[in-house]
Design a protein around this ligand. Sequence first.
Ligand SMILES: [Zn+2]
Length: 135
Amino acid sequence: MNTMKRKKKIVLPKKLKIGAHIWRVFYPKNELNCTSSESYDKKVIRVGNKVNFFQEKIPTKILLDLIHELLHVIDEFTGHYVFEDKNGKDDEGAIDAFSEVILMIICDNFERIIRAIVKSGFPLKRMVDKIHEED
Ligand SMILES: [Zn+2]
């Protein structure tokens, strides 16, 4: 019997559809202390591995960084720039705070969201099959 605790493996999206475009999402492993970023022109999101000293990059932080970058993309996509301060600079603290709340709401309501999608007759199986085709 294997008594070692298995680490939960997080499956992260390599592509995301935002509007009419497919964005590629990268999680660089070999670059040390790589920060997260997005390129609206190239339709690329990089979720970095930069961590505080003594800290391991935990799955929650990876998801938070992905949501953070998505909020930058959404801000530009919508053209509303709600995260820009008075000087036209991104308010990274506000984006971090929204990322935390969005992830919290998704995690706390994931089953309710999926149940509502299934009950509304959304073609979930076809959606999942399509996702596998794209990967
Ligand atoms: Zn940022």
